[in-house]
Unconditional design. Sequence first.
Length: 183
Amino acid sequence: MDESGVPLHYVCISDKARSLIEAYTRYWVSDCGCREVRGSCKRSRIDVCLQFREVTAASPTGLKEVTRAEVETILDEARDKHLVTRPFRNETDRTQTDGICFCCDDCCGYFIDPGGYDCEKGERFQQTDMDVCTHCGLCVEVCYFGARKLRRANLLIDPDKCYGCGLCKDVCPEACIKMVTRV
């Protein structure tokens, strides 16, 4: 967090990430700093740090300009591999978004050491229809924030831990989860 009190990263659903991307015509990708530090990631390839400017707060390792089609490939992988979209802001002007990290529970420093990193909750929040939920647990597996747990075959949700990434909604076979505006 900088002196403004605004964290560098924030969480968003994939549709919001797509709208951020659509505001730009040039893109760069570099190697993910977390994946570099940990050596490998069981969930994703290393070059998934998307940038909207050539010079940002992101790691410059492996930096290369990419096409919009290559950005779409990253978005597809993020969806398929259940990666959290965590945009990052400009280091000096926190009103500007400079790019998007695609994070997971395997190597991302935020999930391994949540107390060591600041991250703002997204503008969306999960809402689960418990009358439709079958308590299958698929949403628990992708909730890296720990907001969803199974206890004695019953789904329990801690709303204070929901960061609004939408991964739970994406994997729900019953379509009983929707993302609503956080109040």
